[in-house]
Design a protein around this ligand. Structure first.
Ligand code: ADP
Length: 366
């Protein structure tokens, strides 16, 4: 890519041919002037970069800066694209030869974005290197939210436990029946804390490995039948039946233990929220070089507005119902992360009153 020379104003500060300065090394074509080289350098840099000449006009801008700002500032005064007095001041100072410094830039339009801009003097002009902080800040916010949510989730059962202990030490000290009842409730609360901690640890273990693609193979059909065997007893207690409808073996590239957790979480959810439908089907077969497995229930289903958010950590349609059924709000987040690591996909189809179908799709093994 090359900036048209015609766009460079006459006050472009690097207007002497390189050969005349005698400082530059010969370029392959042997004809580039210093300003052409600077343009090329700006174009070749991997970061969003622009050069502003004295007077404020943008005289070079690479594709990254156009993408980052969602505008083409080239040939215009910088203030036409960025209205930030602190940045404009820093640019003027750099043009006058002041030392390089950083300016934080918050943009509201066209999108809310934040940048860290390094403004450096460049022989009578200013070089601006942008670092997009938007994504970093988003991740930081998500991390902070996650810690707050996890702490809150753990604090709730802990508060009940403390309450029960206090009561047993005080009012219920000599009441055998109350103590037995409280111990049962305390057991439930401590089980809930254990499930939460187990899920949090699973999630962090999976995240650590998320960029490492599994190399082994596993058979989804075998996994489905193991899950059915594991959960058959619970299904029976709920007066529900788990039915396998599999088209032969379903070999995929993957980690058997992790995929077992995926299918187990989906069938557990079908039992927790959809057992009123009396029947859960696990269907599977090959499709376009992939293997698909669907866990289908005939329960109450899920309203459309919740579907895109179900795999977010701690997102639940009803927190109360999830807690009542021993949920942590992390089951589908774990499913999503395991599938990400496997380059697999989860799709959810559901309609209120019609039940839900959770389909996973994974690359088939040869
Ligand atoms: P939880 O531990 O709460 O079950 P998940 O991440 O596994 O957390 O699921 C998130 C939410 O998705 C659940 O709280 C529930 O509201 C909804 N959900 C998941 N599976 C089903 C299903 N088969 N039928 C209806 N709702 C479901």
């Amino acid at each position: 890519m090359h900036v048209s020379r015609l766009l460079l104003p006459t006050f472009w500060p690097f207007s002497k041919p390189a050969t005349a300065t005698g400082e530059s090394k010969p370029d392959p074509e042997g004809v580039a002037t210093t300003d052409e080289r600077i343009e090329r350098l700006v174009m070749a840099l991997p970061d969003p970069v622009l050069v502003v000449a004295a007077g404020g006009k943008v005289v070079a801008a690479n594709a990254h800066v156009r993408a980052a700002l969602d505008a083409d500032p080239l040939g215009h005064h910088l203030s036409a694209t960025i209205r930030a007095p602190a940045l404009l001041e820093a640019v003027n100072a750099a043009v006058e030869g002041a030392e390089a410094h950083r300016v934080e830039l918050e943009m509201r339009v066209p999108l809310a974005r934040s940048f860290d801009v390094h403004v450096a003097p460049l022989g009578g002009a200013a070089l601006l290197v942008f670092r997009d902080l938007t994504r970093e800040q988003q991740i930081e916010r998500m991390r902070a939210d996650f810690v707050a949510n996890a702490s809150h989730e753990l604090r709730t059962p802990l508060a009940s436990l403390s309450g029960f202990i206090e009561t047993m030490q005080g009012a219920a000290r000599n009441d055998e029946a109350a103590r037995t009842r409280f111990l049962t409730l305390m057991r439930q609360q401590s089980d809930r804390m254990r499930r939460l901690i187990d899920d949090l640890l699973s999630l962090s273990r999976i995240e650590i490995n998320e960029h490492v693609r599994p190399t082994g193979t596993a058979d989804l059909a075998q996994i489905a039948s193991m899950v059915r065997d594991n959960l058959d007893g619970i299904a029976r207690e709920l007066d529900c039946e788990i039915v396998l409808q599999l088209q032969g073996p379903l070999p995929v590239i993957g980690d058997g233990d992790e995929l077992l957790q995926v299918v187990q979480n989906l069938v557990e959810n079908a039992l927790k929220y959809g057992s009123s439908g009396k029947r859960i089907e696990i269907e599977g077969g090959p499709l376009n070089g992939h293997m698909e497995l669907t866990v289908r229930d005939h329960g109450p289903g899920i309203a459309a507005e919740h579907l895109p958010r179900l795999t977010e950590r701690f997102y639940r349609v009803s927190v109360l119902e999830s807690r009542m059924r021993g949920g942590t709000g992390l089951g589908l987040a774990i499913v999503k992360h395991i599938l990400n690591r496997h380059r697999g996909r989860l799709s959810i189809a559901s309609e209120p009153g019609q039940g839900s179908a959770f389909t996973i799709r994974l690359p088939a093994a040869k």
